[in-house]
Design a protein around this ligand. Sequence first.
Ligand code: PLP
Length: 375
Amino acid sequence: MKNKIWLSSPHMGGTEQKYVMEAFDTNWVAPLGPNVNEFEKGLENYLGVNNKIAALSSGTAAIHLALILAGVQRDDLVLCQSFTFSATANPIAYLGAIPIFIDSEAETWNMCPNLLEEAIKDQIRKGKKPKAMIVVHLYGMPAKMNKIKKIANEFKIVLIEDAAEALGSTYKDQKCGTFGSFGILSFNGNKIITASSGGALICKDAITKNKAVFLATQARDEAPHYQHSEIGYNYRMSNIIAGIGRGQLEILDARIVARRANFDFYKKSLIEVEALQFLDEPAGFYANRWLTCMLTPSFEVREKIRLALEVENIESRPLWKPMHQQPVFKRYPAYINGVSDNLFERGLCLPSGSNLMNKDLLKVVNVLKKVKVKI
Ligand SMILES: *Cc1c(COP(=O)(O)O)cnc(C)c1O
């Protein structure tokens, strides 16, 4: 365990424990308190929005609440990027709604605007307009937000942005998570900053944020006794977790610099290995490079590399298996062009933590070069 090189491990900045201690010292050991308020303010400040962010127990909870606030109900249609982690799609199923999976385009690996439009028109022709769409900024690379937002506006479909992997990424200088009616963030253990767990919902206004907090705290009506007119959830972030988040937020920019440096190092070190490819940022796109992803020539080579890294105690991981290929989601409609199937087959995520040492990165590169020789 000790010498293992991890894919993406927590990297504390130093002030986290101070805020957690403050919570203990003042007995705010609860799902509310000064750390929660300050963490929300810090996020709002960072993303350039005002009084619109609710700190929650997870990114998954944030997606669930976004769908509820978008009015999604049983049997409603929700368009969803297929190339993602299952947490993007699971909340659609919690509501008994129907996910419609949309494949990616090759420039960003995110939702293909052409397929999105085709799917909407096709579903309208079949008799039902989708209620919401969830676009993902996967691995920290922004999706093509100009086109996607235009389609959302044209067809009046609620746009939800899953920015769980993309805190700090920008598209045309605007932060990911702030384009849609809703954006969601995650502070789970392997994200670019972590509070050990947690998430946040970015809303379009303060009224919606207050409604989100109301739902996240069991939907209690205003009364001296406990009264409920709506189904509520226990989704609020605790003041202890928020203390860790506060400390992490202070060093977020340095974490982005470090992750981007990892990407640059891998790309530069492997430039002569033509068979290994990396995804460049199109003009106007700025990725936080949460994970460095590499494309190999084939499934066989990808597996060979993954296993060679494993022997050296280096963690790597195939790219996300698309949702339309997942046994649990196979029966749902999907608009597919082969892009994400191909990425899943050939792609590998490399160790990408902001706490990796130069010698760790060199070790990874040396394994990759050696495997290549043997291919
Ligand atoms: C991590 C992640 C989530 C879920 O966040 P949690 O805080 O773990 O619930 C959702 N979507 C994507 C793309 C993620 O990577």
